[in-house]
Design a protein around this ligand. Structure first.
Ligand SMILES: [Zn+2]
Ligand SMILES: [Zn+2]
Length: 239
């Protein structure tokens, strides 16, 4: 077992040997050099619950989270704003199989998770519908969650949630259309009674998908659902 882990970390080191920084091209061994890593776009003034970027000086919660039907999740934790170069890293992972982006962003998510209080009991990636999974060949949320779970030492339950209804791609849709598209789109296998479930996704935009997943997970007994994403987009960014 130990030997296997060592072999993988060895292969991992070889694969990223002398890889230029994806942002500025500086030679190095990581996807991003330390300078570019420090310059990644932070979220300005996020809503304390759903992490939607709010205007400066706004209340800590957005109008939707303050309203009569707040989200089913406890909180969205986002590493970065969905802006260059994080958007390019994520589209590279999502559409071009850039595994080094999954390693970088997933490991950073794992570090954030390791310091979380309360810590989730299990991690669950946002599932793709089997048809989309066949077309893409992998689920980018699962690739992030693998690294995050390994780094944070948390159990990964990749098959716990399934997408049972196929919806059109959400890019460019408004919030109401996204909510309709994900209604009853997910199923939970078995019960998650009393568990704090950490949902992992690449980008959260309107939070319609993670809100619907949180709803079905809580119906299946989850005590709490928190969301862990690499990037948070604003509602108008059309991702
Ligand atoms: Zn750089
Ligand atoms: Zn909010």
């Amino acid at each position: 077992m130990e030997l296997g882990v060592n072999i993988w970390s060895f292969i991992d080191r070889i694969l990223c040997w002398r890889q230029p920084c994806a942002c500025c091209g500086a030679p190095g061994r990581a996807l991003l050099c330390p300078g570019c890593l420090a310059d990644l776009p932070r979220l300005d003034n996020p809503c304390r619950r759903c992490a939607e970027p709010l205007p400066a000086g706004a209340t800590p919660l957005c109008p939707r989270c303050l309203g009569p039907r707040p989200p089913a999740f406890a909180r969205v934790h986002a590493l970065f704003a969905y802006a260059p170069p994080v958007d390019r890293l994520i589209t590279g992972l999502k559409y071009h199989g850039r595994w080094e982006a999954a390693r970088l962003l997933g490991s950073l998510l794992g570090e954030a998770l390791a310091g979380a209080d309360p810590l989730p009991d299990i991690l669950v990636p946002v599932p793709l519908h089997p048809r989309r999974l066949r077309r893409r060949g992998y689920n980018q949320a699962l690739e992030l969650a693998r690294h995050a779970a390994a780094r944070a030492g948390l159990p990964l339950e990749a098959g716990r949630c399934r997408r049972v209804r196929h919806g059109p791609p959400q890019a460019g849709q408004d919030a109401a259309a996204r909510r309709r598209a994900v209604r009853d789109a997910f199923a939970v296998d078995g019960r998650v009674d009393g568990l704090h479930v950490g949902l992992v996704d690449d980008v959260v935009t309107t939070a319609a998908t993670v809100n619907e997943l949180a709803r079905v997970l809580r119906r299946a007994g989850a005590r709490e659902v928190s969301v862990w994403c690499a990037a948070r987009a604003g509602r108008t960014s059309g991702t």
